[in-house]
Design a protein around this ligand. Structure first.
Ligand code: CA
Length: 237
């Protein structure tokens, strides 16, 4: 968290001041933008490790800012703040490419934990800015930029866009249970009628590529009734 450069996009001065103060107390360097246009201008000019984005902004709204942001930087972590506890906002936010969200009002401690979690994951996932998105787990190697993978079972594989999106989400959220709703929203976009069977078929495909024994997966694990979890160590300590 220390020395992370954070862009805080929030139009309410009191909330902005409070968050800024507390983030700086944790050792972060924070740049504040009061609206989306300013935020996008700042993004173009300097490098940030995280964007904290309020959804209700004057002018361009937060979802739109999020979409623009994603179109210029596919990997910059985005934490959405929303006053609305509406499920649709959450799903749309994730579909726009946000990494996480927090509903207002939130406890400061929860906010800081969330920020810390995103920064930790993104460092783990992106060791340095110019590194291509290559990752190894078990006897597999994945190159998300080149959309290829090398596996013991299948040799070299060309990955589809959807497979890359799903792998990216699992890698970013290593060790966490990712709900089926989040997977559907992040990988297929906001499409409430996407069949959940489609999702299951994708998981089956990933297991065929990457698991030694697809019938007994150790990397892409089913969490009954909740979703799926990626374990890069394949169950080993
Ligand atoms: Ca607001």
């Amino acid at each position: 968290v220390k020395n992370s450069r954070i862009l805080l996009v929030e139009d309410e001065p009191n909330i902005a001041r409070g968050l800024l103060f507390n983030l700086e107390a944790e050792g972060c360097r924070v740049v504040h933008a009061g609206d989306g246009e300013t935020a996008l201008r700042l993004i173009g000019g300097e490098e940030f490790s995280l964007v904290i984005l309020d959804l209700t902004l004057p002018g361009m709204d937060g979802l739109e800012v999020c979409r623009h942001l994603r179109s210029v930087d596919a990997r910059l972590p985005i934490l959405i703040l929303t006053a609305r506890s509406d499920e649709r906002d959450r799903v749309e936010g994730l579909a726009c490419g946000a990494d996480d969200y927090l509903t207002k009002p939130f406890h400061l401690q929860e906010f800081l934990l969330r920020v810390e979690g995103i920064l930790r994951r993104s460092r783990w996932y992106r060791p340095s800015a110019d590194e291509s998105e290559r990752y190894r787990f078990g006897s597999n190697e994945v190159d998300l930029v080149g959309q290829r993978a090398w596996t013991r079972r299948q040799g070299e594989i060309a990955l589809t866009d959807l497979e890359v999106r799903m792998l990216r989400l699992f890698l970013q959220r290593e060790g966490e249970t990712v709900s089926r709703a989040d997977l559907l929203a992040s990988v297929w976009g906001f499409a409430p009628d996407t069949e959940t069977r489609t999702l299951d078929n994708f998981i089956v495909r990933l297991r065929k590529y990457f698991e030694e024994n697809p019938a007994e997966p150790v990397f892409f694990i089913t969490v009954r009734g909740r979703g799926y979890r990626f374990d890069s160590k394949g169950g080993r300590k």
